[in-house]
Design a protein around this ligand. Structure first.
Ligand code: TXA
Ligand code: MG
Length: 345
């Protein structure tokens, strides 16, 4: 049985936090909200607990986990050295949605890093995550709390849907704020590289790391195992998703045309649509799941994974969506997740 502990996201009940923290200290699995998505936490230094995480998620063992710590100083024993760039990034972006990949120390079990010589670490900012980490007093490895290959969970309900009965506790702190996973930056490579785009944008990182490279280069830079966040079968709905790329003037007519063709052929189509497009798409007479307005990428990021799950639940056999064209710090991350969802098929 998985126990659900409902807490106030801003001021979680210390008694409930203590219960969840004890569970983690005893080798249990606890899902908890972070500012990005829900994480599935386990004692990062307990090999058996880590193995349980991989089993619960059905995650391949070659996909390393992010270690969450309460404060910068808690990272020091986990890494071989602390480069200046790490201090600077932490001073600017921690606590927050930034993960740093650094050379690891011998304290970190191979199970966490999938045998890599590097370890991914972040200090989350969500008050529930912070309270839990402080109370537990241990480093907590936490991948997103979904089954491998399903969209990351942004609500406790999503965690239950994927992991009920497989984990000990879910701390329900309501919907997460950002809605997409943290930006992952490798400081272990030269030049530093973004391995996964997130809410901390390339431009923001460039202010501190002028030589930082994004994505494509990163795949080549990380020779041993490309950040498995780059595996295509990630973040995907069960239902095939067709992404229509390009600006609105090209992509929207294209999307309507593919919808008509698919409907004609008897497919059950669901449209994943920006608020601006809804009126124009209504005449197609198929269900529309709204993502929010294109000019407000923060709401789209917060809704995206939830919306993908809704599309699945409608029982459609194809989802149609178009690219986000707005220029915004979150645009790269949203576009990245749409592409992954589309390429998963
Ligand atoms: O926002 C987030 O980062 C969430 C919350 C719970 O903190 N966590 C999350 O974890 O998204 P997960 O396991 O779903 O994604 C971890 C990503 C994967 O892409 C993984 O490959 C990468 O971080 N990663 C972990 N350790 C790494 C390493 N040593 N080198 C390169 N990439 C690494
Ligand atoms: Mg994940």
């Amino acid at each position: 049985m998985t126990e659900v502990l409902r807490v106030d996201p801003a001021e979680p009940d210390p008694k409930l936090i203590a219960r969840a923290a004890e569970c983690l200290r005893g080798g249990g699995l606890v899902a908890f909200p972070t500012e990005t998505v829900y994480g599935l936490g386990a004692d990062a230094l307990n090999r058996q607990a880590i193995q349980r995480v991989f089993t619960a998620k059905e995650r391949p063992a070659n996909d390393p986990l992010i270690i969450h710590v309460a404060a910068f100083d808690d990272m020091v024993p986990l890494v071989a050295d602390v480069p200046r760039a790490a201090r600077e990034l932490a001073a600017r972006f921690w606590p927050g949605p930034l993960t740093m990949v650094l050379r690891r120390s011998s304290h970190v079990p191979d199970e966490v890093t999938a045998g890599l010589e590097t370890v991914a670490i972040r200090v989350p900012s969500h008050p529930v995550a912070r309270a839990l980490l402080e109370r537990a007093g241990i480093p907590v490895a936490a991948p997103s709390a979904n089954l491998f290959s399903r969209p990351s969970p942004t609500r406790a309900l999503h965690v239950l849907a994927d992991l009920d009965g497989r984990i000990d506790i879910i701390v329900d702190g309501g919907p997460t704020n950002v809605g997409l996973e943290s930006t992952v930056v490798a400081l272990s490579s030269d030049p530093p590289a973004i391995l996964r785009p997130g809410a901390i944008s390339l431009d923001a990182l460039r202010e501190l790391l002028p030589s930082i490279t994004a994505h494509d280069t990163a795949i080549r830079a990380d020779v041993a195992v490309p950040s498995p966040g780059m595996l295509t079968k990630h973040y995907s709905p069960k239902t095939p998703l067709l992404l229509h790329e390009g600006n609105r003037d090209t992509a929207l007519p294209l999307m309507k045309e593919s919808a008509r063709r698919l409907i004609e052929r008897g497919h059950y189509v669901v449209l994943l649509a920006y608020g601006e497009d809804v009126d124009e798409l209504r005449s197609l007479g198929v269900p529309i799941v709204e993502l929010g307005h294109e000019n407000n990428p923060a709401t789209i990021a917060a809704r995206l994974y939830s919306a993908l799950r809704e599309c699945d639940e409608l029982g459609a056999n194809v989802i149609l969506v178009r690219s986000l064209t707005t220029v915004h710090p979150l645009s790269a991350a949203i576009q990245d997740r749409l592409r992954r969802a589309a390429h998963a098929q």
